[in-house]
Structures are given as C-alpha cells and as structure tokens.
Design a protein around this ligand. Structure first.
Ligand code: ZN
Ligand code: ZN
Ligand code: FE
Length: 752
C-alpha cells in the first residue's frame, strides 16, 4: 500500500550530512518526497510502499554515520502528493532555534586520506573538512548553521567546491565550512615583528624545520593558539616554561599517531578509544620514558593527545616527533584568538607564528580526560564536547547557572535540556570573569532564550556569584556540594535515593564552615547532609590549600598530638595560631586531608599548582594489595568519618611512602564503604575533585561492589568544579534543597 508520511526527526542531524544521507536512502528505497532542516532538527515527507517507509525510518536511525545521531522520530500520515522524486530543500531559518550545535571534531578518515593523497586536489591542505568532521562551534556566529552565519562567510566557494556543496550524493553536500586550496583559508608563517617567513605550500615544512631546531612556535589552530616546542628537547622546554612563566604544571604533548602515543604512555583500550575519538581530547595516562624531564616534572603521568585538525596532522607528520602543545596564553589568562592580539600577547614567548586567515568566533581549549575508578571521565569539557546539550526532563528556557570560582563554566537551560558551555578557567582573572559573562550571553543567544533566573554558589566572594548577582534577574544560591551531587545524578538521569560522597578542596557549607568531605543523601527533592569527615582547623585560610604542612598541623592539633615530623620555618608560628584558634577556619575538607597525608607520609610540603601534592601522593602508591590503615565511623547527630586512626597509623608506619600512600588510600576507600553500609543506600555516587584521584576512585568502587552497593561515577561532566554549573542548573530544575535544619545549624565563622 502506498502511503505518505510526515516524519519529524530530532537529534544531532544538522551539519552532519543528514540530508544527503536521507536523500540517498530514499533513492535506494524508491521513495519520493523531500527533506528539510528545521529549527528543531529535520523534517522529511516520504511517499512509497509502507514496508519501504518502515525500512526507511529504521535505517535513518540505525545507519546515520557518526557524529550524526537520530534521537527520536515522530510520524504522521498525510495526503499523497506523488512528486515523482526525492529532493533536498533548503533551511527555513525561522522558529525557535533549538537545533543542536555540534562541537569541533577532528578530521574523519576520508578527509585525512585526501589530505595525504598527492593526486587529490586537497593534498596537504590544512583546512580540509566535510559533513562528518571539522570546525563547528568555534566558527558559528548564529543559527541556523549555514555558511553565511559562520566565519567561513568571507570565503567564496570555487566552482569545484560549489559542485560538491550542491551535490546531494557528495559527502560535502551542504558542508558549511567546506573549502580547498583555491578558495579557503591560507597559512602564513611570520616572525614576532610581523615579517613574513613563508606562505603557501611550504609553510608547514618551514614551521617544522623551526620546531626541529628547538624554536617555540605559536600555532593558530581551530579554536585558539597553541604554543608548541620539541617535547624531547629539555633546553627548549625549559625556555618555554620560563617565557610562559609556568614553572611546574605539566605540559600536554601532541604525537603524530596512536603508535607514537603507545611509545610514550601506558594506554588502556578505553584510553586509546578516547585518544582516537573525534573529540580528540588530552588523555592523562601513565608515562613511559622518552620526553624531556621538564614536560611533567616529578610526575609519573603524561597528558597526551593526537592531532585534532588537518593542520596539526600535517605539522606532526612533517615533524615526526612529539611536541609540547600548551594553550597559547600567559599563565592564568584566557586563550588568544585574534592574530594581532596573539602576536602582541605572545611576542615574548614565541619565536615565530604559524597563522591562518579564518577568524575564530569562539576560543575553545583542549579537553582533558582521565580514567577514574572504572571508566574514563571528562575532567575539562571544551573542544570536541562543548556545547553538546544534556537532556534534562522538566527544564524550561531561562535558567543560567554561573558555576564555581575555580574551573569556571556556564550552563543555560532550554526546553527539556541544558546546554553545557565550555571550560572558562579560574575566575581570579578579570578577563576570565568577562569571558564567563560572555559565555552566558553566547549560550542564551544561541538558544534565543532570555535569562530569567541566575543560579550561583553560596560563596559570596566567588566571581561567578558576583556575576550572577549583577545579571539583573532573580537569583538563587545552591550549596556547592549539593551541586556536585546533583551534577552526577543528572548525568545518570537518577533522582535517588543515593548517597553522594562529595569530596573536594573547598566549598562554603550551610553552617558557614568550609565543607569538602561530605556524605549527602538525596532522594527526589530532598537532600540531607548525613555525614562528613571529622572537622579540623585549617590555619591560614586560603594559603593552606597550597601548603599541605599547614593542613597537617591542623589535623594533628585536632588529634591533640604533638607534631615532630613537620619541620617548616613557620611551623611554630602556625602551632600557636592553632592553640589560640585565631586565623583558622573550621573545615571538613577531604582535599586538605590528602595534602596533609602527603606532607606527613612523604614530606611533600607544598603544592606547586592546584592539586599537585595530592596527585604526587596518589602516584607514590605502589600497589592496590595492602591492608588499609584503621579508620572509623562514629554515630552522632551526623555520622562522622574519623581519619585520626589512619593518621596515627601513618605516622607510626615504618615502611616507605609507596606503602604508606597505598594504605592511606585503602583506608579512605574502606571508610567510605563503612559509611555507605551504615547509611544503607544501594547507590553511592562519587563526586568532587578528590575523585579525579584514580586510586581513590578505583579502590572505593571496589569496596562498594564487594559490599553489594553500586558506585556511580562521572562520565561527561567533570567531577571537579567544572561540573558545578551543571549541578546548579539541575538544582533549579529539579527543585532540590537541603532540609531546613541544616540552615539553622552553627553560625557563620568565615575567616578572611
Ligand atoms: Zn571529513
Ligand atoms: Zn574550493
Ligand atoms: Fe568543589
């Protein structure tokens, strides 16, 4: 029987070659009708045998090539038209702009093959792309996603490219950024003073020569600048560190291929899958030998990535060696995107600039992933991931979440979803705060929604809180650790009951003290802080987060133990502060507990950058197979996880740091298991920055499973403060809050 169906399609169906795919499929099945992009996705009217129509819809979903994805379809029977053929109609460009914007994706295999084929007209061309790959988010000015609305608008298609662009059977049919050496962006290599070193086809070879000589290059990629230098050349890497004023923080390394990556790092199948995914993130893995020591000083891990654009592929192939690839900015400043701005700001760092003439509409950083307990998670959500939305039932447009202070990020709600923006960075810097505000405007402009509610952290001094309050709309504060918990739950679409173990460095608690070792029970709209780490005094407020020895003194003071193992010039002064209780902050921070253990167990007195001491402490552990130190759970108004027995055992342990660290981590995992069993909930969520600690995560998952509980870990939302904005938005949509009794708790005792 002949039917005509009106088929609405939603999902990732724009800018991914969906229409040519539908066109070819319709032709194969002998259907007539048309396909058109709509603001909600795509619309198809197809006419033919009912059985063919069934097959058509089934195969639309099943066979659309990646990164496309059909999330759902809806079919209606309509009157027959019988137009005789199937056609592709152009976008209507009206209505609510809810079509999905895709992230920037690394080149597909077909494009890479063309770039490497001397007989192809795109041989060696750094801007090759198609509907399955290439830039998206970084070049889009507005929706719908059509070339005039991108930074490719200024590049007029040559006849050959136009033919592909208009041919429904071509892989570049309506590939908005498509181009070739005749009509697309061009590279140039210039000196810091602007003098041209090279243009056209020899540019990449010349750039590679400079890199091989140990020079530092600033390279304009898809979403911003990288600073690159030979990762095997110690002298060159040290020079880059000096010029960039980045002393210790590990530098990421780009390698030409997966084979090269395997030479430099120990990679699990999951890690290899991430590396070669089209998001092409930096993957943190155990490093092997072969790189300059200054790439990641005193750090057994390496951040490694594969090329994320044809430009990087060509450059890496020409160089044939691993290159440091660090963000092209001064430490703590946002990425540069304009050629002139970059040349000004990076003049003292780069020896030469590899530029191109396609404007970057939005700067976008590299993403970072790492294995947690049982699977990998995104620790920094940027290129390749942002601005993918998350479905969130009940969400309505109008909510903006401003996130935390460190690892800033923004989230804006839409109909039944939230759009998660990219990593903005720490907000200490004025420019970063401006970027957060711009990100909120940008995400809401893309969605054509107006902000009516600004959600923020309870900390009054966070730059993000100030930005939310300056937005001129209704505001609501969400407690930091509740936001962490909800970010994890929403990611798994799970409303509880769940015991969220939220361990991080700091977050303002409802009682005015600094929380960070929390056990929060969430069930539907109700949340209760059912337990926490034994509180202790943190001498010296903020400076304690960098100086683990201060935390150690605070913990020993709480235990009433005389400390002999911390020999710091200012130890006596800090001890007297503790004795008097002045200049101290009460805290339950798990992050500070780890810092203290690193100081007591391995003499790691200070963090050279955020999370450094805890990471070095984690990496010291030599084995998972140890007997944990004792740790206890005490009952009371709240359940208390008491770390004191573990610290006592740590101090008395005659073995070296490798076993001490292993036993300490095992103790905390046991403690979490004990606490969870005590509370008696099946699902246990692990969130907060401390769960970036692979050893802690792995052991905790193990303990929980052994005790018959189910651990929940992050996947696509960072466990660190990069996930706070998402959790804040969830709190607003799900309307989750703490029980009132919490707010009536202790009075505020915030210290400066
Ligand atoms: Zn491609
Ligand atoms: Zn062309
Ligand atoms: Fe946090």
């Amino acid at each position: 029987m002949i039917e005509r169906r009106h088929i609405s399609v939603w999902g990732a169906v724009q800018g991914v070659g969906f229409r040519p795919f539908a066109y070819l499929l319709a032709q194969e099945l002998g259907l007539c009708g048309f396909v058109i992009n709509t603001s909600q996705g795509a619309l198809i009217e197809a006419e033919g045998e009912a059985s063919s129509l069934d097959e058509f819809v089934h195969r639309l979903k099943a066979e659309l090539p990646s990164p496309g994805m059909v999330a759902g379809t809806e079919e209606l029977l309509v009157h027959l038209v019988g137009e005789g053929d199937f056609s592709i109609r152009t976008s209507e460009g009206e209505g609510a702009k809810s079509a999905l914007i895709l992230p920037d994706l690394a080149p597909c295999a077909l494009c890479l093959a063309e770039v490497g084929n001397p007989r192809d007209r795109r041989f060696g061309y750094a801007f090759t792309n198609c509907t399955h790959c290439g830039p998206r988010y970084s070049i889009i000015r507005s929706l719908p996603y059509d070339r005039p609305n991108t930074s490719m608008a200024g590049f007029v298609l040559c006849p050959a490219c136009r033919k592909e662009y208009e041919d429904p059977s071509d892989r570049r049919f309506h590939a908005q950024p498509t181009c070739c050496p005749q009509c697309g962006p061009m590279l140039s290599l210039v000196e810091p003073n602007g003098a041209s070193l090279c243009e056209q086809e020899f540019t990449i070879r010349r750039a590679a020569t400079l890199l091989k000589e140990g020079q530092i290059l600033a390279i304009k990629g898809i979403g911003g600048f990288h600073l690159m230098v030979d990762a095997r050349d110690e002298e060159a890497v040290v020079r880059l560190r000096e010029r960039k004023k980045r002393e210790f923080k590990p530098l990421a390394v780009m390698v030409p291929s997966l084979e090269e990556a395997r030479l430099l790092a120990v990679l699990s199948p999951e890690e290899e899958e991430l590396l070669t995914s089209q998001a092409a993130p930096i993957v943190i893995a155990r490093s092997k030998e072969g790189l300059a020591p200054s790439v990641a000083p005193d750090n057994p891990n390496l951040g490694i990535m594969l090329p994320s654009s044809p430009l990087h592929h060509l450059l890496m192939k020409e160089c044939g060696m691993p290159l440091v690839a660090t963000s092209g900015n001064l430490t703590d400043e946002p990425l540069c995107i304009e050629n002139e701005e970059a040349m000004k700001r990076l003049a003292g760092i780069a020896d030469a600039f590899l530029l191109h003439d396609r404007p970057i509409v939005r700067p976008i950083d590299d993403s970072i992933c790492r294995m947690l307990g049982e699977r990998p998670a995104v620790l920094r959500r940027a290129r390749g991931y942002a601005p993918l939305p998350f479905p969130l039932a009940g969400a309505k447009p109008g909510i903006a979440a401003f996130g935390s202070h460190l690892k800033g990020s923004a989230v804006v709600s839409g109909e039944g979803k939230v759009v998660v923006g990219q990593h903005v960075g720490d907000l200490d810097n004025h420019l970063a705060r401006l970027r957060l505000e711009e990100e909120i405007r940008d995400l809401s402009a893309i969605q054509e929604s107006e902000i009516t509610l600004a959600v923020h952290d309870l900390h009054p001094d966070y730059a993000s809180t100030l930005s939310a309050q300056a937005a001129g709309v209704k505001t609501v504060g969400v407690q930091h650790h509740l936001a962490h918990a909800l970010s994890l739950m929403a990611e798994h679409d799970f409303k509880g009951p769940i015991l969220a173990v939220v361990w991080d460095g700091t977050g303002l608690g409802l009682d005015g003290t600094i929380w960070g070792g929390e056990f929060i029970l969430v069930d539907g709209k109700r949340a209760e802080r059912v337990g926490h780490l034994r509180p202790f005094l943190l001498p010296g407020g903020d400076s304690a987060s960098r100086q683990g020895w201060r935390s150690a003194l605070g913990l020993l003071h709480e235990m009433g133990v005389q400390c002999t193992s911390i020999s710091h010039p200012r130890a006596d002064q800090v001890k007297s502060l503790l004795a008097k209780g002045t200049g101290c902050t009460k805290t339950t921070s798990a992050g500070r507990l780890f810092d203290a253990a690193a100081a007591l167990g391995a003499g790691i007195m200070e963090s050279r950058f955020e999370g450094d001491a805890a990471m070095r402490w984690e990496c010291l552990a030599s084995t998972d197979e140890v007997d944990p130190y004792p740790i206890s759970v005490r009952d009371g108004l709240k359940k208390i996880l008491d770390w004191a027995p573990a610290l006592t055992a740590l101090q008395e342990d005659p073995d070296g740091p490798a076993l001490k660290s292993a036993r300490f981590h095992a103790a905390l995992a046991q403690g979490i298991g004990e606490m969870a069993a005590n509370i008696g909930v099946e699902a246990v969520g692990l969130t907060g920055g401390c769960f970036q600690n692979q050893l802690l995560s792995r052991q905790t998952c193990c303990v929980l499973r052994r005790r018959g509980m189910t651990p929940l870990e992050h996947l696509n939302i960072p466990p660190n403060d990069g996930g706070i904005a998402f959790g804040q938005a969830v709190a607003a949509v799900w309307d989750v809050r703490f029980d009132q009794e919490e707010i009536r708790g202790e009075s505020r005792t915030m210290e400066s």
